[in-house]
Design a protein around this ligand. Sequence first.
Ligand code: BGC
Length: 409
Amino acid sequence: MTRDFPEGFLWGASTSAHQVEGNNDNSDWWDWELVDDGAHVHEPSGIAIDQWNRYRDDMALLGVLGHNAHRLSVEWSRLEPEPGRFDAAAFDHYAGVLDSVLANGMKPFVTTYHFTLPHWFSARGGWLADDAVERYATFVGEVGRRLGAGRLPFVCTVNEPQIVPLEGYMLGVFPPGHEDLGEFQAANRALAAAHRAAVAAMRDVSSDIRTGTCLQLIAFEPARPDDESDRELAAMMRREMTGMHLDDLRAGGDVGDWVGVQYYSKTRLDSRLQPPIALPPEGAETTLMGWEVFPEGLRQALDDAATVGLPLYITENGIATSDDTQRIRYLESHLRVVADAIRDGLDVRGYMYWSAFDNFEWARGYAPTFGMVAIDRDDDLARRVLPSAEAYRRIIETGRVDALTAPAG
Ligand code: BGC
C-alpha cells in the first residue's frame, strides 16, 4: 500500500525545559509566576512534570511509542546562571538527557531559547539591550562546544521569535509584561537577528549541526472581512508576525539549514476589541485553549515557509483537549494536510506533535492538556499513555494517515 509519508520521515513530539523540568527558579518566568500575588498566571509551574529527574523513563517511553525524533530545549538560566559563568553540572545533565534521547532511537532537535531567560539577562533589558544578540550568540556557541555536534544534529535557534515580542512586549501577558508597539517591533527584530547570530555561532562549532528557526505561523484573518480597519489590522499582524521573519530568511546570507513550522490555529482580528482578538464563530470546533480547529491554515503556513527554499520540519502542531478522540481527529486532519503538501512537492521532512506530555502551559497553568501522554497530577505525576499515542505509533510504523484510525492489532 502506498505511503503518505516517505521512509526516513522524522516523527516525534516537542517539549520545552520550563514546561516540563520543574523548579526552573533562576529564570524570568519563575519570578513572573510569583510576583503580584500570582496575578499573571493561573498557577505557578512548581515541579512541572519533574522531567529533570525522570527524563530517562520519559525518553525510554517515547522510544517505545515509536518516535524517531524528539524536540526539547536546554535552559539558558541553568547553563549560564551568571553572565559568563557556565555551569558544568548543568551541561553534564543535558549531555545525559541528549544521550538518552539518542539511545532510545530518536534524533534530538535542541532548542536553545524557548521563552525563558536567565534573571541576569532580563534584568539588563532582555532582548532590548544593545548587546542582547551578542550575549545570546556567546551562550549558543558554548552549548555547541560543550554538548558537541554528535548530540546536536538539529538545533532550533529560537522558538517562535515573534511570540515573546507579542505576548511580552505588546500584550503584556508574558514577562517583561510591557504593552508597547515600538518595543514589540524592536524585540521582534532582535530575535530575527538572534537567529542569524546563533546560526553563525553553531557554524563556528561544526558544519554537522543543522540549524533552523521555529516560526509560529498563525493564520490571521479580519473578523469582519468587509471592514477596512479589521483588514488593515490583519495585514499588519501578518507583516509583523510572519512577513518580517520570512523576508529576513529570504534575504540571503546564512540563515541556517531548515525552517521550523509551528501551527495551531487561526486568529480573527477585530479592531473594536482590546486586545483585538475575536472569539471563534458560533459552532466552530474549538480546543481547551479556546482556539478554533482550522487544518487548512497549516497548508498556508507550509506554503509560506516553503518560499524560503529550505527543507521544512513541523516542529509544533497540536491540541489541548480532555477528549483524546478529538486529539486523534486533530492529528488526522492536520496530517492529511501535511501528506497533501508532500504529494504536491513541498519538502517537509518531519512532524513533531505538541506535546509529548501534558505540561505547564505558561499563563494558563496545567489545565490545557496537550499531551499524548497524560500526566496524573493527583498521582505523583504518573505518566498515562493515551490512545492517541498508540494511534500515532501506527502512523509512524506505516507512514499512512489512515493507520491513525485503524483498529488496534
Ligand atoms: C509554544 C509552546 C506552547 C504551545 C501551546 C507554542 O506557542 O512554543 O511553548 O506550549 O505553543 O500554546
